[in-house]
Design a protein around this ligand. Sequence first.
Ligand SMILES: Nc1ncnc2c1ncn2[C@@H]1O[C@H](COP(=O)(O)OP(=O)(O)O)[C@@H](O)[C@H]1O
Ligand SMILES: [Mg+2]
Length: 243
Amino acid sequence: MNLLELKNVNKIYCQGESEVVALKDINLVVEKGEFTTIFGPSASGKTSLLNIISCLDKPSSGKFLFDGKELSGLGKKDLDLFRENNIGYISNDFDLIPYMTIYENVEYAARLVEKNNIKLKNKVMQILQYVELYDLKNKRPNELSSAQKKRAVIAVVMVKEPVLVLLDEPTINLDSKTADQIMEIIIKMNEDLGTTMIFSTRDLQMIDYAYKIVGIKNGKIGNNIEFESWMYYYGLRECLFFL
Ligand SMILES: Nc1ncnc2c1ncn2[C@@H]1O[C@H](COP(=O)(O)OP(=O)(O)O)[C@@H](O)[C@H]1O
Ligand SMILES: [Mg+2]
């Protein structure tokens, strides 16, 4: 079952007189429950693509379907509500609330979807255990390492049980050991909860975790011929899936 479909999507940013073409004729299908890796260098269009998929931004042309429905007709309020209920977006600048503890941060998010206090507490405790922050639940964000903070952000997003979770370069600025930890948590959540996940990376090491790779370069999703040269260039062993 398809969850997302992008058809001939283009994104052009206008900056005064000049235009930046960030996405060119993107065609992409993501099925429910899939774990998709968007792999490409800096400025290739990864964030632009995730912004469209998260409904934060609209394509300049082309269609974006979520669960078979085009959302471009929705007004801002309805679109915000739709996003709140369905999509978790772990962007690079996602911030925790600094004066709240980790527990309170997760609880604050969970309260949007769970009104029953006992269930709420259980949910928060469960997700904190999942991301291995249970023992640090009473710390504030500035007392955590960047990897721990990232795991707290994952808890804040996942506790709302979104249908789709987007992660924009979640392992950037992390050492490879903590990056591996983050990836293992994300993959476990995809497997255990069946959440559809899309994560972007420019880090070749993260390819090891890929199930389906969408290569992007200069705003275009690569074709197989282009990818063969990438495989050679990056020394990839194999490609499990490529569009
Ligand atoms: N808001 C914006 N205004 C103008 N140009 C932008 C904007 N956002 C991104 N771009 C440009 O679009 C291209 C793709 O950027 P981006 O999607 O951020 O790539 P990535 O996430 O892969 O680094 C880049 O050339 C970038 O400079
Ligand atoms: Mg980016």
